[in-house]
Design a protein around this ligand. Sequence first.
Ligand code: MG
Length: 275
Amino acid sequence: MNDKIIITVAVTGSFPTKEMNPAVPYTPAEIADAAVESYKAGASIAHIHVRDPETGKPDFKVDLFKEVLDRIREKCDMVVNLTTSGLRLTGPDAIVKRLQPVYLRPDICSLDLGSMNFHDRVFNNPPEWSVAAAKCMQENSVKPEIEVFEPGHIRQAIDLIQKGLLDDPPYFQLCMGVKWGIEASPESLLFMRRLLPEKVRWSVMGTGKDQLTMVAMGILMGGNVRVGFEDNIYLSRGVLAKSNAQMVEKTADLAERLGRGVANPQEARSFLGIG
Ligand code: MG
């Protein structure tokens, strides 16, 4: 594992609203600004979802992704990770639509491997999706961030590695505490970590009040961590975060106190094998 920690900021996701926390970004400019501000606070990767700029509802228009990507790249060398989760996309062309962000050639795209109940809907990731998505990312030199929400997803990733569809080093995001995936407890995180193959890079995120526990565990276990409004809108118990950057700042401070340096984007690229 790398000594320095990679902090990912997931600035908006698709769940929180401005009614829950007024600092949740909606427009491409707000999303990009939140990423760049977080970069200044120590985040080296920005995980990006897009919203309808008017309503704030989750959106998946490729032009919105492009605008966010361009705006971030204008201002800093942060590693950009575009989602392909497309949780609300259905129908026969869902796979094609979900893969559109890959063709924008960000550094990373998220790759979800297993179907599951996810909050109030089914997160549909059939085997043909995982194979098509891994191939598409490999052909376009986009690093997959393998999001796993329960142990079976890791086994599916190992199958893709054995098929030669995921390049070294495979990069995992252990997503803990999402309804209805594995719970965010220290025991569960240790268990998930043990299931990972050797020589991988991994990061962990926890939702809501479990964000801090999972971040602390990730720092101590030599992994990398993700914070941000996608997973949690509070800075501490009962206190809303004023910005994504505030959460990143707290995380970077904790990492430094626990003896881990914070990786810059160039170091993050090197650790993850991004050319
Ligand atoms: Mg996401």
